[in-house]
Design a protein around this ligand. Structure first.
Ligand SMILES: [Zn+2]
Length: 336
């Protein structure tokens, strides 16, 4: 692995051949966060998934010898260049790994709590339908949409209502059709997120809600290094988001942003503090792992007791210090 180079502001002259603009705000000025040979990302992916991708999948998802992570100077979004999403073959291969689709997510219950039994819900990028199953258990009316025939087949085999197709065509055929439109962990995989959320907005009735969830790049629970989590790199993820980025995304797609909420809880906050303390003691002060663990465990119990958690929440300090879980969700409202 390459160590990330020191961050350097590299404003890119407008009109430079091959310049990639920020997919959120369109600015080209950026700082380089880090870079890694593409082949190393695929090797790390193979180790993570427990199975190597086929040579064909590697070949068609290799667009340069290295992938580079940039931070936009206009809006602070982090995005990769080359900015190229994974192909159908790539997703078919990683989707075949049993652990790939997550059965339980915080945001599934978040949406169920934020919707009523009469709301019609559409989940875009439904995968094999884990959220739809959760909706069924909560007495919610939900349909799904997914481009992958394999995922759709798997969902339908379990009695779930999932259409196969792309969001733009489905939105053109079903304008203003749903009370709530959701997309879980889709935005960070695609090249044109504003266009995607605008399609979600078309599917939503005026006055209805669009709820988008994705990983919070400021969470202390994320892998530290730029390349430690190969699923957080292309061809899997092509961008990394903060709550402010997510608020801006809805506005760019013509929606009002009501709120962005991060996964939280006393255990999550305490574990985040312990993690941050352990890294500091180990890396900065050179303490042995055993001592660092003991000190961080003690600090976690003293500083983040369950009883104080609501106070920390109310001040917003947990979000700022990364004491939140990996996921966050934005609730957008379509103008009535
Ligand atoms: Zn930007």
């Amino acid at each position: 692995m390459l160590a990330p180079p020191p961050e350097t502001a590299t404003p890119t002259p407008a009109g430079t051949a091959g310049a990639t603009a920020c997919p959120l705000c369109g600015a080209t000025g950026h700082a380089v966060v880090g870079s890694c040979p593409t082949a190393e990302v695929f090797e790390a992916l193979g180790r993570t998934l427990g199975a190597a991708l086929s040579p064909a999948a590697v070949a068609e998802n290799t667009h340069a010898s290295a992938v580079t992570l940039r931070r936009c100077l206009g809006c602070d979004l982090e995005y990769f260049v080359p900015l190229r999403a994974g192909t159908e073959r790539f997703y078919a291969e990683i989707g075949a790994c049993p652990a790939y689709y997550v059965a339980g997510r915080w945001e599934f219950d978040f949406v169920c709590a934020a919707s009523g039994p009469t709301d019609s819900i559409l989940d875009v990028g439904a995968g094999s339908g884990h959220f739809l199953e959760r909706c069924r258990a909560h007495g919610r009316k939900a349909r799904g949409l997914d481009p992958s025939p394999v995922a759709v087949g798997s969902a339908r085999a379990r009695g779930l209502d999932v259409a196969a197709g792309d969001v733009a065509s489905f939105a053109a055929a079903n304008p203003d059709a749903f009370d709530v439109v959701t997309a879980f962990h889709v935005v960070e995989h695609i090249e044109r997120p504003v266009e995607f959320v605008a399609a979600l907005a078309r599917l939503c009735r005026p006055g209805g809600r669009v709820i988008v969830a994705l990983p919070n790049r400021l969470s202390a629970h994320r892998p530290r290094g730029f390349i430690e989590g190969p699923l957080d790199c292309p061809p899997h993820h092509v961008s990394r988001w903060t709550a402010a980025n997510l608020a801006r995304l809805g506005q760019a797609a013509g929606l009002g942003c009501e709120r962005v909420e991060a996964e939280h809880g006393p255990v999550i906050a305490r574990e985040a503090l312990k993690l941050a303390t352990r890294r500091f003691l180990g890396e900065r002060l050179g303490l042995g792992d055993g001592t660092a663990r003991a000190v961080s465990g003690l600090l976690g119990r003293v500083l983040v007791p369950r009883a104080l958690h609501p106070v920390y929440r109310a001040t917003g300090i947990l979000e700022r210090l990364g004491g939140v879980g990996l996921s966050m969700a934005a609730v957008y409202r379509k103008p009535g």
